[in-house]
Design a protein around this ligand. Structure first.
Ligand code: NAD
Ligand code: MG
Length: 399
């Protein structure tokens, strides 16, 4: 029986995880559920899964949920704030922590889980982008196990030998090929991108996801962050990681070996598959995902990404090459930019502009402690906010 803490329980990954967990009550029990502020949804989930702990990082929402549970006789104990997140990520009775908070806020509890030697199922790529070497060192020092949930990285993990030890050359790996759908704007005329609306950006052709990662998919910053994620997870030099556009999202990624073999993992674009693979590893369990009927697939297409259309992909490569706190700065700038775009404060094409400007202005330092990452994150957010305040056209954008 695995005892689970689910960070980001009210989100899209949270939904998919609890769907898989509910199919296997003999294998998984939910010890803690955590989210930001959605007390209504977290309350419903607690009534259904009966965890010992619930956490809301927003203190007011946590207090409201606690009162409600006292009134209704729900036995779940409610914790609050970042301290509550760290507490449930390190509980002695928990062996598995599923990290599915969106953004930099996920780093501290995930790092705490690493130091506590948990089995970490990682969806929160921003934590790894921001924490980089620091996070990977904590995994080793804490004796933690890191299993990727991000579909591409989960696919790569499945295509690598079980003895793989973050050494591509030693395993005969020549390249890691990360597939990318290209998102909703793959074929839209470049001249129209400035007018793209948040709802259009969030309408992903293949995946149903939270709004932040959906916008990241539309700019392809998501793939840029995933290149950085792959670098840390698999110990691959940037030159050995290649992005390939594959609009159908059936091949989730590939590993090319020196003998010419290329191994791929395929499946419907449904996060329950990688989540179940990591939850049950090394076993395989049912997920409710339909079988892939190959004759029904009309075609599998591939192309090289166009960096003029997707400048964020280039920015992420530059941040990875610069090293140190550069990826943390880029990630923070992107979080501010995506939030501003979703709020109707900037145009779609300005996400890349704001990220590039912030990265240029960032004072890059070596990444030694969590404070270095936090400072880079804070500085980048301040630069990005200043840029937003100076932006000549304010208010809601006309389409
Ligand atoms: P989402 O927006 O649907 O959910 C985010 C979750 O994080 C919510 O439960 C929210 O309450 C919680 N959260 C946000 N800020 C928080 C804070 N400060 N403290 C505590 N909790 C906080 O996002 P999602 O689509 O589920 O994505 C979650 C993570 O998984 C992201 O890092 C994303 O990149 C990654 N991911 C998602 C998918 C997908 O299919 N959705 C695929 C691969 C990777
Ligand atoms: Mg992905």
């Amino acid at each position: 029986m695995r005892h689970l803490t689910l960070l980001g329980a009210t989100g899209s990954i949270g939904d998919s995880t609890l769907d898989v967990v509910a199919r296997h009550p003999d294998r998984f029990t939910v010890t803690a559920l955590a989210a930001h502020s959605n007390a209504v949804k977290l309350g419903d989930l607690c009534r259904r899964f009966r965890p010992r702990y619930a956490v809301l990082s927003a203190p007011d929402a946590a207090l409201a949920l606690q009162r409600e549970f006292e009134r209704d006789g729900v036995g779940t104990r409610v914790l609050a704030g970042p301290e509550g997140l760290a507490e449930v990520a390190t509980l002695p009775e928990v062996d598995t922590v599923l990290a599915a908070i969106v953004g930099a806020a996920g780093l501290p509890p995930t790092l705490a889980a690493a130091r506590a030697g948990k089995r970490i199922l990682l969806a929160n790529k921003e934590a790894l982008v921001m924490g980089g070497a620091l996070f990977m060192e904590a995994v080793v020092a804490g004796g933690a196990t890191l299993l990727p949930i991000d579909s591409e990285h989960n696919a790569i993990f499945q295509c690598l030998p079980s003895s793989y030890a973050r050494d591509p050359a030693g395993a005969g790996v020549r390249r890691i090929l990360l597939t990318a759908s290209g998102g909703p704007f793959l074929a839209r005329p470049l001249s129209e991108l400035a007018r793209a609306t948040p709802d259009e950006a969030c309408a992903h052709p293949n995946w149903s996801m939270g709004r932040k990662i959906s916008v990241d998919s539309a700019t392809m910053m998501n793939k840029g962050l995933e290149v950085i994620e792959a670098h840390w997870l698999f110990g691959a030099p940037p030159a050995a990681i290649e992005v390939v556009i594959h609009p159908q999202s059936v091949i989730h990624s590939l590993v090319e070996y020196v003998d010419g073999s290329v191994l791929a993992q395929l499946g419907h674009p449904d996060m329950r598959t990688p989540i179940a693979q990591a939850l049950a590893f090394p076993d395989r369990i049912d997920t409710g995902v339909a079988a892939l009927e190959l004759p029904r697939l009309a075609a599998l297409d591939f192309a090289v990404p166009d960096l003029e259309r997707f400048p964020c992909l280039r920015l992420a490569s530059e941040a990875l090459a610069a090293g140190g706190t550069a990826p943390a700065a880029l990630n923070a700038a992107n979080e501010v930019a995506v939030a501003a775009f979703l709020d109707g404060r900037i145009r779609f094409t300005e996400i890349a502009t704001l990220c590039a400007t912030t990265l240029e202005r960032a004072q890059l330092r070596p990444l030694v402690t969590l404070d270095d990452a936090r400072e880079a994150d804070r500085d980048a957010r301040r630069h990005a906010d200043e840029w937003l305040a100076r932006r000549p056209v304010q208010g809601t954008l006309a389409a």
